[in-house]
Design a protein around this ligand. Structure first.
Ligand code: ZN
Length: 269
């Protein structure tokens, strides 16, 4: 009888252990429902290389939704996206497009100032004198577009930060696929609120064939600590998703923005 009691006690312990294992984060955290919603906004009327990247980016992020882990909506315009509509999204993935002056900019500013998320690629960060949007320069954390290499080409990137969630699983240096790289002036490195993640190595200089950049501080990935945002400078042409290391940085940046939502980290659900 005592043996039977011991066996039953062992069963009870085993059952409780199984129950606690199910309630823990190990071995995997299976989503029971989509974890969050993101809105990908892109231009289908930009220069062809920017549209190529946008189409590839839509495919890339759609593949990340497989299994319904999150919901991806897409739009080719910010028009009609009031603050009330934007705030339904954990984050915006913005591809080679910007909100237009007026209601679109106002809604975007309010969204970002109230904890919204932004993962911006390439021309999503482009500004020049005609842009006339001082808030956006503060948000991006740097001056206007200054110059670019031409034609698009691969470059050696160097990580400025090797320990954050976006970079710690990346090699300290790697060759990124061909792109049109934008240099900004003043550099975001001069802004104390900006954390630079990766830069174009000076070893690349002179960079370009037709249009040549020979010097200058050249960050290409950063975040402004005052906002839930990451800017990635690549986003030109149809080769941007051909490199596993850069793809990993893209996924890391996406996950970083999504996971810092004010309502909580959706990956812990
Ligand atoms: Zn471009």
């Amino acid at each position: 009888m005592k043996i039977l009691k011991n066996i039953l006690a062992l069963f009870a312990i085993a059952i409780s252990l199984c129950a606690s294992a199910q309630g823990s984060d190990y071995p995997a955290n299976y989503a029971r429902a989509p974890r969050f919603k993101a809105l990908l906004v892109y231009s289908d009327t930009a220069e062809p290389a920017h549209v190529d990247f946008a189409n590839d980016a839509v495919d890339f992020f759609k593949r990340l939704t497989v299994g319904d882990g999150w919901i991806l909506d897409t739009s080719t315009t910010f028009a009609g996206y009031s603050y009330e509509r934007l705030k339904e999204y954990n984050m915006l993935i913005v591809i080679n497009i910007s909100p237009a002056p007026g209601a679109e900019r106002e809604a975007f500013e309010k969204y970002m100032e109230n904890g919204g998320g932004w993962l911006g690629f390439h021309a999503a960060g482009y500004t020049d004198r005609s842009t006339d949007w001082a808030w956006f320069n503060r948000f991006l954390g740097c001056g206007n577009f200054y110059c670019n290499n031409w034609p698009p080409q691969p470059v050696l990137l160097t990580l400025d930060n090797t320990t954050c969630d976006i970079t710690r699983n990346l090699p300290a240096e790697f060759v990124a696929p061909e792109s049109e790289w934008y240099q900004f002036n003043p550099s975001p490195r001069e802004n104390a609120d900006v954390e630079i993640l990766a830069s174009i190595s000076p070893k690349n200089y002179p960079l370009g064939i037709k249009d040549v950049i020979s010097f200058g501080d050249f960050p290409i990935a950063w975040r402004n600590k005052n906002y839930r945002m990451v800017y990635l400078n690549y986003g030109h042409g149809d080769k941007e998703f051909t490199d596993a290391t850069q793809n990993l940085m893209t996924v890391n940046a996406f996950r970083y923005v999504a996971s810092h939502a004010p309502e909580g980290n959706p990956f812990n659900k």
